[in-house]
Design a protein around this ligand. Structure first.
Ligand code: FES
Length: 247
């Protein structure tokens, strides 16, 4: 995802803050608020993913380098008291774990961002897909419904309880989202349930696999199959709940 200098990605809804992740010339992966220091227009307002030599705001042309420093401010350059070095983008602390998962920490000011070893993660793969289901989101939450019978099987063919995987690494970014490490697969799965009506949801799935290989293809197809099965189970459970309510 961040393979060349200037690669960026706009993150729109991190706790309600619009952010940008961008790879600098020094291979440091930095995160900034996507808010121009001039009149607060989004610095990147189109193409949510891409690669660019600098970060230029389209409103009045203020331009920042890839480390967030203001390098161009039309009509302000000679203004009395104006200092470019006091108008850098606001930076947010980032971290990269050993699997290449990037986290941003809005709770603290940046204390230095990590250097990205692009060779280490160059074979990584990201797969996204949606599954629609006829169930109310609360059923999924109450049932703790998502399990991964294929993905949690170890090499002796014995299923590892997901509870164990969750103890190892399971983060719940919100009541409707789960981020789970898949033991033995070198992969992480983010699932977000989006209610569409009282009786329907869409499950947004993003699978991060550390390498692109035959094994990772199997991981992806197993994840798709397991989640489809979980959604079917939820639909049946929700149908039973509705039947018992109607009695
Ligand atoms: S708001 Fe960005 S240049 Fe004016």
């Amino acid at each position: 995802m961040f393979r060349t200098v200037g690669s960026y990605r706009v993150l729109e809804h991190v706790a309600g803050f619009p952010l940008i992740l961008v790879l600098g010339k020094d291979y440091v992966l930095r995160c900034f608020h996507n808010v121009c220091r001039h009149r607060a227009y989004p610095v990147i307002s189109s193409n949510k993913v891409g690669c660019r030599p600098n970060l230029g705001c389209k409103y009045h042309g203020w331009t920042y380098d890839l480390s967030g420093k203001l390098i161009k401010a039309p009509k302000f350059e000679d203004a009395e008291g104006f200092r470019k070095d006091q108008n850098s983008l606001f930076e947010v602390k980032t971290e990269i774990d050993e699997d290449g998962i990037v986290t941003v920490d809005l709770s603290s000011e940046s204390k230095g961002s990590p250097v990205l070893d692009i060779n280490k993660f160059k074979d990584g793969q990201v797969e996204t897909w949606d599954v629609k289901g006829a169930f109310n989101w609360k059923v999924a939450e109450c049932a703790d419904a998502f399990n991964f019978p294929t993905l949690t099987r170890n090499d002796r063919g014995v299923q590892v309880r997901l509870g164990l995987a969750r103890k190892l690494k399971h983060v719940k970014p919100s009541i409707l989202a789960d981020f789970v490490a898949l033991p033995g697969h070198n992969a992480h799965l983010l699932m977000t349930i989006q209610p569409t009506t009282a009786d329907a949801c869409t499950v947004h799935c993003t699978l991060f696999v550390a390498s692109s290989s035959h094994a990772s293809s199997l991981t992806i197809s197993s994840a798709k199959s397991d989640i489809a099965q979980s959604v079917l189970s939820l639909e049946k459970l929700y149908a039973r709940v509705r039947e018992s309510d109607a009695m």
